[in-house]
Each structure stands twice: as structure tokens, then as C-alpha cells.
Design a protein. Structure first.
Length: 139
């Protein structure tokens, strides 16, 4: 069995943003040489997410609005986490909702996706450099 590891780096200029990383994950798979196996992609920061869904801008706006209703950023004083001087308690909760990682099957050297599926990096406390891990195992 072979193993491959690569970090993808992001610097989202806004507090919240979504980036389609499907192309980068496919490039990692090609670099790995693995034809059958699994790809794990996970956010390596506790205020970011990796998820699979449709690449449709209306959906991404809906996510942003929905997440803000569930865990609003303001007022920052309403969160005990922010008592420490932070202002990102909402980002931790948004990450919890959207998830930490995805696992994708690899079949015949390709990501084995259903229709419309794409991989996204979700940022909920941006404006600084962060990363996601791509780990691929298989033959």
C-alpha cells in the first residue's frame, strides 16, 4: 500500500469564505500514483471546514446566511469563549456544523464522486494563512 501527504494553504481575505478545492485534490491524486484507495481531506484549523456539495453560488450564500442564523458572530460578548479576548466563538460552532473532513473513494485513479459533487474548504475566521491536509492511501 502507498501513502501520500500534502498540505494545501489558504489565505481567505474575508472572515467567511468557501473555496472549491476539487482541482487541487485531483492534482494530489495524480501526483500520488494511487489508482484504488481513499482520499482524506481535512481542515487543520478549528475554525475551518472541509465538505462536499454542489458548486453553486446561491447555495454558498445560503450556507453563509444559515450558519450566521445558527451561530451569529455578533454580539461577540454573548459567547463565553470570547471572554478570553477572542472574537471567533461563532467560527468554532460553524466548523462543528459543516464538519472537519471528507473521505472520497478512489476508483481507477479517479475521485469516485456522485453527480455535482465537489470538495470545498470552508473558512469561518479568515484573514490569516491556514491549511488543509490531503492524505491518500491505496495501491
Amino acid at each position: 500500500m502507498k501513502s501520500y501527504r500534502k498540505e494545501l494553504w489558504f489565505d481567505i481575505p474575508s472572515r467567511v469564505g468557501f473555496v472549491n478545492i476539487t482541482r487541487q485534490v485531483r492534482e494530489c491524486l495524480a501526483e500520488s500514483g494511487i489508482r484504488e484507495g481513499l482520499v482524506l481531506v481535512n481542515a487543520m484549523h478549528i475554525t475551518a471546514s472541509v465538505f462536499i456539495n454542489d458548486d453553486e453560488q446561491g447555495l454558498h450564500r445560503d450556507y453563509t446566511q444559515w450558519l450566521e442564523k445558527l451561530a451569529p458572530h455578533e454580539p461577540v460578548a454573548s459567547y463565553r469563549h470570547n471572554d478570553s479576548g477572542e472574537d471567533n466563538a461563532d467560527a468554532h460552532m460553524k466548523r462543528q456544523i459543516m464538519g472537519r473532513e471528507v473521505v472520497i473513494a478512489v476508483t481507477h485513479g479517479q475521485l469516485d464522486f456522485g453527480p455535482w459533487e465537489q470538495v470545498f474548504y470552508g473558512e469561518f475566521d479568515g484573514r490569516r494563512k491556514k491549511r488543509a491536509l490531503v492524505k491518500i492511501i491505496g495501491d
